[in-house]
Design a binder for this molecule. Sequence first.
Ligand SMILES: NC(=O)c1ccc[n+]([C@@H]2O[C@H](COP(=O)([O-])OP(=O)(O)OC[C@H]3O[C@@H](n4cnc5c(N)ncnc54)[C@H](OP(=O)(O)O)[C@@H]3O)[C@@H](O)[C@H]2O)c1
Length: 356
Amino acid sequence: MSQGVLREFDPKNMLFRRLGPSGLRVPLFSLGGWLTLGGTVKGDPVKDIIQLAFEAGINMFDTAEAYAKGNSEVEMGRVIKELGLRRTDLVITTKLFWGLRNGPNDSGLSRKHIIEGTQESLERLGLEYVDVIFAHRPDATVPMEEVVRAFNFVIEKGWAFYWATSEWSAREIEEAHHVADKLGLIAPIAEQCQHNMFHRERPEKEYAPLYKKYGLGTTAFSTLASGLLTGKYNDGVPEGSRFAVHAMFKRTVDGLQKEDGQEKIRKVRELTKLAQDELQTTPTLLALAWVARNSNTSTVILGASSVEQLKENLKVLEVYPKLTDEIMEKIERILNNKPTPIETFGRPGLDRYGRL
Ligand SMILES: NC(=O)c1ccc[n+]([C@@H]2O[C@H](COP(=O)([O-])OP(=O)(O)OC[C@H]3O[C@@H](n4cnc5c(N)ncnc54)[C@H](OP(=O)(O)O)[C@@H]3O)[C@@H](O)[C@H]2O)c1
C-alpha cells in the first residue's frame, strides 16, 4: 500500500473489547458503509466521515463485496490510502455472499466464491489482507465442511486473520463449530447480527448458548433500526432519509401505518422523553448506548450518511456510562419486549464455566 505521511492513531476515550474468543481488540463503536459510503455518500464526504471516525478513536471499518456494487470497498480503500492510515492501526472487515455478477459461482459460499470473492474484495480495497472476513449469509446449498475449509484456506493464505458469520442461525453457527472442531480448524469468532431495541430475539435469546459455549462475539448492526430509533420517522418519512430514498424499505414504511408500526413510534416517543428527562440526551444516543451496554456485544457498527450525524452519534461515549441498572430497567418497561430466557424446566442455570 503506498502511503504518504502516516497519521497516528489516538484511541482517545474509546473503549475496546475482544472480538469474541479471539485476541483481536475492537472499538466498542465501529463504522460501517452499507448504503452510505460509496453509495449515497461519494467522494470527499466519505473521506470526511472516515477521518472524523478515526480521529474520535474508531479504527474499525466494516464493508462488504456487495455494498454499492463493490464501490463501498473501493471508496474505503481509497480513503485509507489518502488519509495515510497505518494498516496495523486498522481493523478492516468485509463480507462475502451476494457477489457482484450473476453467474452460478459468483455468489454464495462455495470454496470457489469464498476464494475468488476474497481476492476481488482485496483488490477493490487495495489491501493485502482484511482483519476479519464474514460469511454475509449462510449458504444451505454448500456443505458446511467446504465453507469451513475455504475460510481456513483464506486465513492460511494470510488474506484474513479471522472469519465470522452474519445472520446465521444458532444451529448453523453450532454446525460450523462442530465441523471446525472435528477437523482441527479455526471456527468463526463472531456473528454480525441485527441488534436494536426492536430486534432482540436472535441476539439475546437464540445466540445465548453460543456466548457461553464458544465466547461468540457480535458486531451489532442497524442499532438505530435504520433510523427509526432516532425519532426522525415519528411524523412521516422525511425527504432524503433512508426510508425515502431506498425502495427496499417500502414494507417498513407501510408497516409504520399499521398497529405494530404505530406501537413502535409510541415507544420511540417514550424513549425520547426518558432520554431527555433523565439523561439530557437523545433517543439516538440512548439506542446506541443500549446495545453497547450488552456485555455480549463486541462492537456496535455505526452508520451515518453525513458528518453531522456521525458527530452526534459519537457522543454515545458520554451517554454509555450513564446507563445504570435503574435506567436499563426503565427502558425495559417502555420496550416491554425482553425475550424470555431459554427454558431450563426448573433447573438453575450454569455460567460459562459450568458453575451454578
Ligand atoms: N451484515 C449485515 O447483513 C448488515 C446489515 C445492515 C448493516 N450492516 C452493517 O452495519 C452498519 C450499520 O448499519 P445501519 O446503517 O443499518 O445502522 P443504523 O444505525 O440502524 O442506521 C444508520 C442510518 O440511520 C440514519 N442516521 C444515523 N444517525 C443518525 C442521526 N444522528 N440522526 C438522524 N438519522 C441518523 C442514517 O440514514 P439516513 O440519513 O439515510 O436516513 C444512517 O445511514 C452498516 O454500515 C454495515 O456495515 C450489516
